[in-house]
Design a protein around this ligand. Structure first.
Ligand code: IDP
Ligand code: MG
Length: 152
């Protein structure tokens, strides 16, 4: 497996509900490496680019209104298999159907308020990381306990 990076964002509902720490800890405890993090209120342009594939869907306008309604915590996490694994940690799109133990399964009830976003493929991850972050905002570093999580 190759080292991957994925884009994760805590949506405005997760921030407003005080779930930042809870959500960060799931990725941190799993063992993935945080390489970028910032809080911002996305512009409409950014939100529309981010959700561009959903442009024709009936929920698109509401989704853009929601995602631009307040601060979002944008992150990049790194590790082997981090893209697929993050989607598993996050759980299904519909929180009532998301498995217990997942972020959405444990912390949300509504599809329009499902607290977190995660890239769904390597191509999407590259696109989304480039959209939300400058290269200079991505930190290269080696966690002090790396050898206790990853074999050489
Ligand atoms: P994902 O976030 O699990 O990848 P997508 O199908 O890519 O799910 O949809 C992107 C986001 O659009 C969802 O997380 C959710 O916030 C919103 N969304 C998707 N379907 C609906 C819907 O039917 N009603 C309202 N919002 C929706
Ligand atoms: Mg998606």
């Amino acid at each position: 497996m190759t080292l991957e990076r994925t884009f994760i964002a805590i949506k405005p509902d997760g921030v407003q509900r005080g779930l930042i720490g809870e959500i960060l800890s799931r990725f941190e405890s799993k063992g993935f490496k945080l390489v970028a993090l910032k809080q911002l209120v996305p512009t409409r342009e950014l939100a529309e680019q981010h959700y561009g594939v959903h442009r024709e869907r009936p929920f698109f306008k509401g989704l853009v209104n929601f995602i631009t309604s307040g601060p979002v915590v944008a992150m990049v996490w790194e590790g082997e298999g981090v893209i697929n694994s993050s989607r598993k940690l996050i759980g299904g799109t519909k929180p009532l159907e998301a498995e217990p133990g997942t972020i959405r399964g444990d912390l949300a009830i509504n599809i329009g308020r499902n607290v977190i976003h995660g890239s769904d493929s390597p191509e999407t991850a590259v696109y989304e990381i480039g959209l939300w972050f400058q290269k200079s905002e991505l930190n290269e570093w080696k966690p002090a306990d790396q050898t206790w999580r990853v074999e050489d």
